[in-house]
Design a binder for this molecule. Structure first.
Ligand code: C5P
Length: 293
């Protein structure tokens, strides 16, 4: 029975800007995205049986089309006529769920990459990313991975030079923020502070880690309910006091991360946060090798 195991990488937003609300209800965004080596493991197995099954090691995740991994297999079949029948998807989750790290989107992207190989269809990355866009706004980026500028709904992608090697400490507090709710708190005309996206891109081009870290910025941090904002600020303080070059919230949160030049500072931050928080990770950036474009 043909079988394939793939890594699904977590993503972080080095920057996140919301430009305006569109007629279709979505928002035009501008985000610098980065993959990190915190992964879910996706196993795809094709057999004789009909139907599509999903199983995970997390009992609260749906095992039908509401799971983005299953939705991805169905969209792949619609696009190519192949792949979903008799497919068993198994997901070993390590990326925290509903965290702003694109875990579900990354699982979906891994299913698309995997089916593209297993079926021998071999869609080009751009087309595969387009199919991903039918599953969710962050899926196109996750198909390609690495360091990239994502614009539009998230589907207009420009690969960027890789983030210089560093340590990234990630901490997810326990509270949950709904993505649509946080979008509804944004009034694009009233955003006073925006990320210096061009400055981040220039720093990436110069291989300047410090230049990137100083410019980490997410406009959603400015519209968080006060009780959440306080906890995000506390985590950022711990990261910065441990020696992070910069820190920010990822996506619609609540995950916070800091970029470190040295292992020792990153380990100090990890130790300081791991006493209080369950979901703390010491990671490194992953470059565009996920799916070369
Ligand atoms: O596309 P996805 O299902 O991931 O989006 C979840 C929600 O996030 C949307 O229903 C919408 O409220 C919001 N969103 C948005 N603009 C985007 C991406 C997401 O308003 N570009």
């Amino acid at each position: 029975m043909p079988m394939l195991e793939l890594n699904a990488y977590a993503k972080l937003n080095l920057t996140l800007d919301v430009l305006h609300k569109r007629e279709d209800g979505y928002h035009d965004l501008r985000m610098v995205m980065q993959s990190v080596d915190l992964t879910d493991t996706i196993t795809l197995e094709t057999g004789e049986a009909n139907g599509l099954t999903v199983c995970t090691n997390v009992n609260f995740l749906p095992n039908d089309e509401r799971n983005l991994a299953a939705a991805a297999a169905l969209r792949f079949r619609e696009a190519t006529g192949k792949g979903a029948d008799g497919l068993a998807i198994s997901i070993r989750k390590r990326i925290p769920v509903c965290a702003g790290m694109g875990g579900g989107s990354s699982d979906a992207a891994a299913v698309l990459r995997g089916l593209n190989t297993l079926t021998g269809v071999g869609l080009p990355p751009k087309r595969l990313a387009e199919v991903g866009g039918l599953v969710g706004s962050d899926v196109p980026y996750c198909v390609i991975g690495g360091t990239a500028l994502a614009e539009g709904r998230g589907e207009i992608l420009t690969p960027l030079p890789p983030l210089p090697d560093c340590r990234i400490v990630i901490c997810k507090p326990k509270f949950f923020i709904s993505t649509p709710e946080l979008f509804s708190r944004i009034n694009c005309a009233r955003i006073r502070c925006r990320p210096d996206t061009a400055g981040v891109i220039a720093a990436l081009e110069a291989g300047d880690l410090n230049g990137v870290a100083r410019r980490l910025y997410n406009v959603f941090e400015d519209v968080l309910p006060a009780r959440y904002a306080a906890e995000i600020a506390e985590i950022k303080d711990v990261l910065i006091h441990s020696g992070a070059l910069g820190a920010a919230m990822s996506g619609t949160g609540p995950t916070v991360f800091g970029l470190f030049e040295t292992e020792s500072c990153a380990e100090a931050a990890y130790a300081a946060l791991a006493g209080t928080y369950q979901d703390v990770f010491l990671t490194r950036p992953v470059s565009n090798e996920i799916m070369p474009v």
